[in-house]
Design a protein around this ligand. Structure first.
Ligand SMILES: NC(=O)c1ccc[n+]([C@@H]2O[C@H](COP(=O)([O-])OP(=O)(O)OC[C@H]3O[C@@H](n4cnc5c(N)ncnc54)[C@H](OP(=O)(O)O)[C@@H]3O)[C@@H](O)[C@H]2O)c1
Length: 291
């Protein structure tokens, strides 16, 4: 298949390229090559390339900054998605829109299913939800795939930040009352590769299986990286300086659409994390410490 990726310079974009290039013809657009806020450019590029599938992973992802730059966040996450969706409809392409657990307010207290009603509590979540609505209204062949707590080889994320702090000697203080489902970008990319080969359109929750608190996640990161001697202390969110954006306290996913459609579930979050840190992630400082 001919597949176009937006936001190809990002964390998920990197793993999408790794997973798709060996099997498909891939057009990978980073921000410099395709600015999704430019409607005319989006239409022209998609019309010229005529991919059969577009994986739209470009986004404004700085959750705290979005509170101060809300206009820009809506421009990228909502209007950008609309431009892509309209162009996909025009050329008859399938569209994958990657969305977020932050569309939920975190008050459910049990894993969120695709049937739950979103109620975002920050600008980022609201702008992504608007993107979802634009996609579902403007492109008939759409997959909306919500994911959460992404980490991968390319980019800065919770895993790389924990390792960086631990290598600096710690101690680390991590919140023990925010719960979610970590997701290894490579596993998500493999899931998306399977999904785009189908016509099982609709809404999906896709994360690694299971859930944990940020503190438990950090514990496993230190263990898998061979850094469990570093001191790690649990704290409450209410004991930390307030961040500009309110985060859902609980946003773990149930994966009903994956199960109902007979698709392959992502592996459990602990196995994914150990695989990532032992076989995929490379940090010279960490390697030096181990040798
Ligand atoms: N990271 C997470 O924990 C998480 C959780 C749930 C869902 N998601 C969703 O998953 C998707 C992938 O996230 P990620 O972690 O890979 O994010 P990322 O690393 O920030 O990648 C997003 C990419 O989009 C690019 N971009 C920003 N504005 C653009 C524009 N106007 N036109 C074209 N490209 C633009 C960014 O470029 P610059 O960096 O140069 O701005 C960046 O390369 C996003 O849709 C995100 O909302 C992420």
């Amino acid at each position: 298949m001919k597949i176009a990726i937006t936001g190809a310079g990002g964390q998920l974009g990197y793993d999408l390229k790794r997973v798709l290039i060996p099997m498909h013809e891939v057009i990978a657009w980073n921000k410099e090559q395709l600015d999704i806020t430019n409607e005319q450019e989006v239409a022209q590029m998609l019309l010229a390339a005529r991919p059969e599938v577009v994986i739209h992973s470009a986004a404004y992802t700085n959750v705290d900054k979005a509170e101060m730059e809300s206009e820009r966040a809506y421009e990228v996450n909502a209007m950008g998605a609309l431009h892509i969706a309209k162009a996909c409809e025009e050329i008859g392409a399938k569209l994958v829109y990657v969305s977020t657990d932050y569309v939920f307010d975190g008050t459910k207290g049990a894993p969120y299913t695709e049937a739950d009603t979103p109620n975002p509590s920050n600008v980022y979540g609201h702008s992504k939800l608007l993107g979802e609505k634009f996609v579902s209204l403007s492109c008939s062949k759409h997959f909306i795939v919500r994911t959460s707590w992404l980490y991968g080889k390319h980019g800065t994320n919770f895993v790389t930040k924990v390792i960086e702090k631990a290598l600096a000697g710690g101690p680390l203080t991590i919140v023990d009352d925010q719960w979610g489902s970590p997701t290894y970008c490579l596993d998500l990319a493999i899931f998306l590769r399977e999904l785009i080969d189908t016509e099982l359109y609709g809404l999906y929750h896709a994360s690694n299986e299971g859930e944990c608190s940020r503190y438990e996640f950090a514990q496993q990161i230190l263990l898998a990286a061979g850094l469990s001697q570093v001191s790690l202390l649990p704290v409450l969110t209410s004991d930390c300086p307030p961040a500009p954006a309110v985060r859902p306290m609980y946003s773990a996913f149930a994966h009903q659409a994956i199960a109902n459609n007979g698709l392959t579930p992502l592996r459990d979050w602990q196995s994914a994390l150990h695989f990532f840190l032992q076989l995929d992630y490379y940090d010279p400082a960490l390697l030096k410490k181990k040798v």
